[in-house]
Design a binder for this molecule. Structure first.
Ligand SMILES: [Zn+2]
Ligand SMILES: [Zn+2]
Length: 407
């Protein structure tokens, strides 16, 4: 009796006939697959319709013109703001799609990660925000193509709970949903960039002044472009955590006389953002929502799931008698040693998070889900790849190297 290449079940010959033809896959698998395909297509069609009003026109610029573009877009938005909300708040939401031409900026020997940093810092030089790197995702199919994800460091979703008495300065937070993604294609010398900043809020308070050593280096290198200058300072270990804007402002003071042509090329007009009160207190954004009218347009929906948390805290799983043996057992693979328990904890967290996501879907907390979707885009893409490979394996075309990555 034949074995189905998809479900691996041994079935009667009749089970492999579909539309008067004999197949390697059983009939129920063929039907299931067709149904799934239909569902995905319908879902894709729905999404296409849904995204239509959000479509932002695509702009094409060279990397060295990016800062000027971002600055111009922000100024246009702030000088000509959208209609005022009923409570008097003006919401300036920046949405940008940019096709970046990298051909004049890269040699081809750079790692996509370096290029991602150049791009982010050029944006920061213009918008004066701080974009926190979130994750990257390298294409399994194309070498030197990678996606990078960032969030606005002041967005409430980027908020981390600092320990009590932490001397790290509390940052002003906003429900800005600030996120950015870029796909860098090195062979094509091109990057696709998408910026969404739902609220142009106050900037982070600038940190320390530039050191004398750093100042001297800038004064002596006014002939460099902003990317080259930051690279030089970084290679000398004097870039510290100065913002691209700080470095650039200091450079401008000297470049204006020494290299007026470079000054004109790289200078961006500073943008003043509307003063919108943020969240700096120790209270959670949910509590603040009720007391501050500024957030009624972009609410941070209650992020609940407390019952889930308490049930986990109150009912610790019974100690598994097998666990002790597992602790000592550290399997080796190549030069790395892995601790099984670490992964037990990790997988449990993933499962807990999946429940949380489902819970928020039931509550229709789309705002929260949308951010999570961006943050986990790399995981979803990987899952899609694995699904694709599984389909290939099912039709007996799986390639061997893949089994190393995923069993
Ligand atoms: Zn089957
Ligand atoms: Zn923000």
């Amino acid at each position: 009796m034949p074995v189905c290449t998809s479900c691996h079940q041994t079935k009667q010959d009749e089970a492999f006939f579909h539309k008067n033809k004999k197949w390697k896959t059983c009939q129920s698998c063929i039907e299931q697959r067709a149904l799934k395909k239909q569902k995905t297509k319908r879902k894709r069609d729905d999404e296409a319709v849904e995204e239509e009003p959000l479509r932002v026109s695509l702009k094409t610029v060279g990397l060295m013109d990016l800062a000027a573009l971002v600055s111009a877009e922000m100024r246009a938005l702030i000088n000509n703001p959208p209609p005022t909300a009923p409570d008097g708040t003006q919401i300036c939401s920046l949405n940008l799609r940019v096709a970046l031409n990298l051909s004049n900026a890269i040699t081809g020997n750079e790692h996509p990660k370096d290029v991602a940093r150049w791009i982010v810092e050029e944006i920061e030089r213009a918008d004066e925000y701080n974009w926190t790197y979130n994750c990257m995702n390298t294409s399994m199919r194309h070498k030197d193509v990678a996606k990078f994800y960032y969030v606005c460091s002041q967005s409430v979703v980027a908020m981390k709970e600092y320990k009590e008495g932490s001397n790290r300065k509390r940052m002003e937070r906003f429900p800005c949903q600030g996120k950015m993604q870029m796909k860098i294609d090195m062979p094509a010398a091109e990057a696709m960039l998408e910026i969404h900043h739902g609220l142009l809020h106050n900037r982070p308070i600038s940190n320390s002044d530039i050191s004398d050593e750093c100042r001297k280096e800038i004064e002596e290198n006014t002939h460099l472009n902003p990317i080259q200058l930051r690279q030089l300072l970084r290679s000398k270990g004097i870039m510290k955590n100065y913002t691209p804007r700080q470095i650039h402002s200091y450079w401008e003071r000297f470049a204006i006389n020494k290299h007026p042509e470079l000054y004109r090329q790289f200078s961006v007009i500073p943008v003043t953002t509307p003063n919108i009160p943020g969240i700096t207190s120790a209270s959670t954004p949910t509590q603040d929502r009720n007391s501050s009218t500024a957030f009624t347009i972009l609410p941070t929906m209650p992020y609940g799931a407390t019952s889930l948390q308490t049930s986990i805290v109150n009912n610790p799983s019974p100690q598994n008698p097998m666990q002790k043996g597992v602790v000592d057992q550290i399997p080796k693979l190549g030069n790395h040693s892995f601790n099984h328990d670490e992964f037990v904890e990790y997988v449990a967290k993933m499962e807990q998070f999946a429940k949380r996501v489902r819970n928020q879907l039931d509550r229709r907390n789309y705002l929260w889900l949308d951010t999570v979707k961006i943050l986990t885009a790399g995981v979803i893409e990987m899952e899609n790849d694995i699904e694709e490979l599984e389909r290939q394996r099912a039709s007996e075309r799986a390639t061997k190297p893949w089994t190393i990555h995923y069993k």
